[in-house]
Design a protein around this ligand. Structure first.
Ligand SMILES: Nc1nc2c(c(=O)[nH]1)N[C@H]1C(S)=C(S)[C@@H](COP(=O)(O)OP(=O)(O)OC[C@H]3O[C@@H](n4cnc5c(=O)[nH]c(N)nc54)[C@H](O)[C@@H]3O)O[C@H]1N2
Ligand SMILES: Nc1nc2c(c(=O)[nH]1)N[C@H]1C(S)=C(S)[C@@H](COP(=O)(O)OP(=O)(O)OC[C@H]3O[C@@H](n4cnc5c(=O)[nH]c(N)nc54)[C@H](O)[C@@H]3O)O[C@H]1N2
Ligand SMILES: [Mo]
Length: 817
């Protein structure tokens, strides 16, 4: 390929022609996929001698499965599960199994390209790596000279989350951004759950390893769809359910695939999860079903809270100094500096929290003239607002079901598992905080059979590996980008952003409100995207760099739903001129004059990451061992917060959070009294009210598509046979009321944008809800796109994109103004 290459906006029809996929009902049934896999299977019935095998993995957050790549003549011909391998390698999905299609995608980006014509037109001209890198470096140098280092920004997503991948703290490109003191864009995704839970536990990573799930009597799942999105986690649960040892309760507005497997399904109003949790907790407390022993010994429930300042009453408030301050004569004062104070029933006095014989869980009193009440009472004050009736009104869950849920929550061993949907509303942190508080109230945490939460494991989370300074300098939230581009300011400082480098991300179709993104994006002079496919974001770049596919580099799978660290070997060479993001960072670093920070090879970095990590040192895990053993378990017991010990000041969970800080602080206006205990605020849009309700009466939400990992690898034609085009699911009652026929094209719209897609009648979708499988590029829509309608609204505490908190309407296509 040489000269000027024209790549017009891929139309859906052109794309399907190019990839040779068939469209239509027959393909939907799946026969096409079986046929497609057939020849490969046949070819390997005899395992040819010239075939080599290596261990590879998905570097994605669905999450990090391992499998075998079968290579012949330098080409991957098959990906297969590992017989007798670790738990994350023995089963795999079709999405993973067909991944090599992206390596051999005929539309893959193979050469550096520069834009020819207007941004967004999709016309490209091939250039050399030399020209690409020298253009980037000379532009960056001139911006830096005129506007300072912050004038260049770096945005990374989750396209490749292996240890060296750009999805892991930006990878070596992240290091480059740190060395150059560039602006780092925080992509504000999936953050509310962990942030909210950390208010309670000091850490948002709560959950036990997947293999322990059978120890639970029941799993209660919140806004989470294991079957389609958490495959590795689903099958141990399915096994336990089949044995009859574990029951499943699903809270989801819709009858999701996972709900269809459950023993009990509760359909709540979208965005009402915090209210439901508060109602459940209120019932538990009112009926004396809470775990007092756990509350007293493993939480700060008995701590006295000053009613004047809302702070914990401490030794210094009583004029006593803590031991550390040198006053060893004072009795009953804790080892903790300025110890929290409780009321001891036995001595009828105030004492340090860990010195009380019989601390009071409840009580209001005056201490040294200061009005105080216990943390537990502060929680109960809030819970008291959520009677069964009020909770039922808010959540649209029957009083009976709320009662049933509350009783279920107060008995036996429970895993309360959250996906990332309930936190993708404006009240997402309130959900995380309420869920964690419920687990503390019932004492269902810290045992094999009991845990709460949603995140996965990470072998090494130390970003300092990537950044010599050990910190991220100049981080700004993507949700502030519109303001930053308008004012040139953030947190009172200058951020005159002139250039943006994007890697492993597709903000134009995976971000909140793509039209708003396009607006700030177009105020940036020079945009570079590293990717392997012509994504929506590539479309609006000035230079495109062809990156390697994860199957073309050696890397480490640092995460899993199991406590495992594994290798993903290099299966094949990159085609044409594609390069890994690490090599791209090295090339730029030399031109930018900071090459000395990039002298290590990938192998040396991997050794540092594995061998010298805390867990590597502690457990003797090295890259060499990984190369031999492929996948290593690093924590056999794997119980989160074992014994009810939490990473907080006192080692206890905070059912009262003394200091509520925002996830990212730029001096924004915050309610100082907010968030000490879980609360329920209305969602931003998903609770249509007033004028909005009349204009946009539906809540528009998404779910994960079994055949895709976000928008990555959208051109995998085998998967396109199963899901060939974007659709929206609607309850037939809503559709009929709007004269929408099954399988007809409709227009979804709100004030930010629109999308034209097929509507599918679905009884399993809650009336008032429109739900679409997520992960499409603009070229796949008749018009518009789902991401046009999502919102970039920013909750000032959470600073997280509320992808589900969207109001919209729907009409037959062609009826719009
Ligand atoms: N196949 C596949 N798997 C993936 C991914 C992928 O792209 N493809 N991506 C991975 C990533 S990055 C993530 S973050 C996870 C996400 O994992 P999940 O959060 O489990 O995934 P979703 O499909 O978004 O699940 C959403 C479910 O929440 C429900 N829901 C919507 N609103 C509410 C609400 O207000 N309350 C309650 N209780 N439920 C609600 C929806 O009906 C839906 O069934 O998936 C991971 N796994
Ligand atoms: N409407 C709606 N939007 C959502 C969500 C939702 O539920 N609903 N969920 C949100 C969530 S939870 C997430 S995690 C995000 C995901 O959003 P993103 O992290 O932006 O993920 P993708 O859209 O898949 O874009 C990743 C890009 O990285 C590229 N890529 C893959 N490997 C590499 C590599 O090694 N190097 C480089 N440079 N590029 C690579 C892929 O080709 C792809 O174009 O989407 C968010 N957006
Ligand atoms: Mo995510």
């Amino acid at each position: 390929m040489s000269g000027s290459e024209k790549r017009s906006n891929l139309t859906r029809r052109g794309l399907l022609k190019a990839t040779g996929a068939t469209v239509g009902a027959a393909a939907l049934i799946g026969g096409g996929v079986l046929r497609a896999l057939g020849p490969d299977e046949g070819a390997f019935a005899e395992e040819p001698e010239d075939q080599t095998k290596c261990r590879v993995g998905c570097c994605w957050t669905c999450v990090y499965c391992q499998y075998e790549a079968h290579v012949r003549d330098g080409k991957i011909v098959k990906l297969s599960p590992i017989e007798g391998g670790s738990p994350r390698g023995s089963r795999m999905c079709l999405r993973g199994r067909s991944r090599m299609r992206a390596v051999y995608n005929p539309n893959r980006i193979l050469y550096p390209m520069k834009r020819a014509g207007e941004r967004g037109e999709g016309n490209w001209e091939r250039i050399s790596w030399d020209e690409a890198i020298s253009t980037i470096a000379s532009k960056w140098k001139s911006y830096r000279e005129e506007f300072g280092p912050r004038s260049v920004a770096y945005y990374w997503g989750s396209g490749n989350c292996a240890a060296l991948g750009s999805g892991n703290f930006g990878g070596l490109l992240g290091r480059l951004a740190n060395v150059l003191e560039m602006t780092m864009v925080d992509y504000c995704t999936d953050m509310a759950l962990g942030y909210g839970m950390a208010r309670v536990a000091g850490d948002g990573m709560f959950r036990n390893g997947a293999s322990l799930i059978g120890n639970a009597d029941k799993v209660v799942m919140w806004g989470c769809n294991f079957v389609d999105a958490w495959w590795q986690h689903w099958w141990p649960l399915a096994d336990a359910m089949e044995k009859g040892s574990t029951r499943l309760i699903v809270v989801d507005p819709n009858y999701s695939t996972t709900a269809s497997k459950a023993n009990m399904w509760v359909s709540n109003r979208p965005g009402s999860d915090p209210a439901l949790l508060l109602g459940i907790m209120n019932y538990i407390v009112e009926n004396d079903l809470h775990n007092k022993e756990f509350l007293l010994n493993h939480s700060n429930a008995s701590f006295l809270i000053r009613q004047d300042t809302k702070k914990i009453l401490r030794a210094s408030d009583l004029g006593i100094l803590s031991k550390e301050k040198g006053d060893s004569s004072v009795e009953n004062v804790s080892e903790i500096l300025d110890s929290p104070i409780v009321w001891d029933e036995q001595s009828q006095t105030t004492v340090a929290y860990d010195a009380a014989v019989s601390p009071a869980l409840s009580g209001e009193r005056l201490v040294h003239g200061i009005p105080v009440k216990t943390a537990f009472d502060m929680l109960c004050d809030e819970l008291g607002k959520y009677s069964l009736e009020r909770t039922s009104e808010l959540t649209e869950v029957s009083v009976d079901d709320i009662r049933k849920l509350a009783i279920e929550e107060s008995e036996g061993e429970i895993w309360n598992i959250a996906g990332y949907a309930s936190q993708a509303y404006d009240n997402g942190a309130e959900f995380g905080q309420a869920l964690a508080t419920l687990a503390i109230l019932t004492g269902t945490v810290g045992r094999a059979g009991s845990c709460v939460g949603g995140s996965w494991y990470s072998f090494n989370t130390n970003p300092a590996f990537m950044a010599p300074t050990g910190t991220f300098v100049n981080t700004v939230p993507v949700l502030s980008m519109t303001d930053i581009m308008d004012s040139g300011q953030y947190a009172g400082e200058d951020y005159p952003i002139k250039s943006l480098f994007v890697a492993a991300a597709n903000p134009m179709s995976s971000g909140g409100s793509s039209n708003e993104i396009l607006e700030w994006w177009n105020k940036i002079d020079f945009i570079v995207v590293s990717d392997l496919q012509y994504s929506d974001s590539v479309k609006y770049a000035d230079i495109v760099l062809p990156c390697a596919h994860a199957l073309e580099v050696e890397d480490v799978l640092k995460g899993s739903y199991y406590p495992y660290v594994g290798i993903t070997e290099k299966a094949v060479e990159s085609p044409a001129e594609a390069k890994s993001d690490s090599d791209i960072a090295r090339l730029i670093s030399v031109e930018m004059g900071v090459g000395e920070y990039f002298e290590k090879t990938d192998e040396e970095y991997l050794r540092e990451l594995v061998d010298e990590s805390e867990l590597g040192l502690e457990r003797g895990i090295t890259l060499d061992r990984l190369r031999v053993e492929k996948d290593i378990c690093y924590d056999e017991t794997d119980i989160k917060f074992y014994g009810g010990v939490f990473p907080t000041e006192t080692g206890r969970a905070n059912i009262y959070c003394e200091t509520v800080v925002p996830r990212i602080d730029w001096g924004q206006e915050l309610d100082p009294d907010f968030g000490h205990v879980p609360t329920f605020s209305l969602p931003n849009e998903a609770w249509p009210r007033g004028e909005v309700a009349k204009k946009y009466p539906f809540t528009l939400m998404s779910h994960r598509l079994r055949t895709r990992w976000h928008t990555g690898e959208f051109e995998n034609e085998w998967m396109r046979e199963i899901a060939p085009e974007p659709i929206v699911k609607i309850n037939p009652s809503d559709a009929i009321a709007r004269s929408i026929e099954d399988n007809s094209y409709v227009e979804l719209f709100n004030e930010r944008g629109h999308a034209v897609v097929r509507a599918i009648y679905a009884d399993d979708i809650r009336p008032g809800v429109l739900i679409y499988p997520k992960g499409w590029q603009q070229c796949e829509f008749k018009e518009g796109g789902f991401s046009e309608m999502t919102s970039a609204h920013c909750n000032p505490f959470t600073v997280n994109t509320s992808f589900m908190d969207v109001a919209a309407d729907i009409r037959p296509w062609g009826q719009g103004e």
